[in-house]
Ligand binder design. Structure first.
Ligand SMILES: Cc1cc2nc3c(=O)[nH]c(=O)nc-3n(C[C@H](O)[C@H](O)[C@H](O)COP(=O)(O)OP(=O)(O)OC[C@H]3O[C@@H](n4cnc5c(N)ncnc54)[C@H](O)[C@@H]3O)c2cc1C
Length: 294
């Protein structure tokens, strides 16, 4: 199928993009890497009257680190983030997760802002933002605001962005120096969206006890799931096999999957438990790397 007719505007600045969106009062859509939007247009699941292309906005393509945070401009390509030393050193869960996004060609085009704004519940970036208490920065006619990831992802392909707002950046807290990360995904084939994916960042103390754990699940609810009860269970304890199984069960209990054509809900819940156990084994293994991908 072909898209319905639309006008195309190449934004010359962030202010220009916001002005064009405001002018069209909810009928305009932002175009970033096009990896999700173009198929939606072709299937006529999206029918905007105007596309506002952000491709020329170099001001939205950057990686910046201060003492406590890493900030990523919305138009930064997924592949740039995945391969940057600055990111690997500060937030190692992010490149470990992005390696699982589609194929390299998709990551070369797809942007960080596009992935967050699209808000697919099976996507990697939203789950990492939830796991690490990330923030999203948006600019609209009313000015600039920062939204916690916990409030940003509202439902299936639904975010807290208002119609006239452009997502300009995501912010992630820099992780402690010794953090160990693991990502486990179950997909029908390489490059597909995961049926279920689990993301974990674990800090061990000098006695190899778990000082803190952060866990999120994709593909097991309409939004990424943060597994707070499992994190509390793990904190302060040695990573025994029984504890990891109990934590895996707690993660599964936090999910709210639904049946769909890919998998029944109970199957997704069981997979979430298995993948969590594997993540925790990997992240707490004696010789775990600081940054590892499944
Ligand atoms: C074959 C294939 C496999 C894929 N597999 C995966 C996968 O495994 N995991 C995964 O996470 N993703 C996957 N994707 C999606 C891919 O990662 C997309 O790049 C991403 O979802 C959207 O990013 P984009 O920059 O292409 O955004 P676009 O497609 O341009 O836009 C997506 C949506 O976000 C809005 N938007 C974009 N940028 C902004 C902004 N700055 N402010 C406000 N709204 C904005 C658009 O209006 C649109 O509604 C896959 C895509 C394909 C084609």
């Amino acid at each position: 199928m072909k898209p319905t007719a639309f006008d195309y505007v190449r934004a010359t600045s962030l202010d220009h993009a916001v002005a064009v969106l405001a002018e069209h009062d909810g009928d305009a859509k932002v175009l970033a890497g096009g990896q999700s939007l173009v198929p939606l247009l072709a299937m006529r699941l999206a029918q905007p009257t105007v596309l506002v292309d952000l491709a020329g906005l170099d001001e939205l393509s950057y990686l910046r680190a201060d003492g406590a945070h890493l900030e990523i401009g919305a138009m930064t390509r997924a592949r740039t983030v995945e391969t940057a030393d600055l990111v690997a050193g500060r937030v190692p869960l992010l490149p470990a997760a992005l390696r699982h996004v589609g194929h390299v060609t998709i990551r070369n085009r797809g942007t960080i802002g596009g992935s967050a704004a699209h808000a697919d519940p099976a996507a990697e970036l939203p789950a990492v933002l939830r796991a690490l208490d990330g923030e999203l920065v948006a600019t609209g006619p009313g000015g600039r605001r920062t939204i916690a990831a916990a409030d940003f992802f509202r439902g299936f392909l639904d975010t807290a962005l208002e119609p006239g707002e452009v997502l300009t950046a995501v912010r992630l807290p820099a992780q402690p120096a010794g953090v160990r990360v693991a990502v486990q995904e179950f997909a029908r084939r390489h490059g597909d969206f995961a049926i279920v994916a689990v993301f974990a960042a674990v800090e061990l103390d000098d006695s190899a006890r778990i000082r803190s754990a952060r866990i999120a699940v994709a593909g097991a609810d309409q939004v990424p799931v943060r597994a707070a009860a499992a994190e509390e269970l793990l904190a302060g304890r040695p990573p025994t096999p029984d504890l990891l199984v109990a934590a895996a069960d707690a993660v599964a209990a936090a999910t709210r999957p639904t049946d769909d054509i890919h998998a029944p809900a109970d199957y997704r819940r069981r997979i979430a438990a298995v993948l969590t156990r594997r993540c925790l084994e990997q992240a707490t293994a004696a010789r775990a790397e600081r940054s590892t991908a499944a």
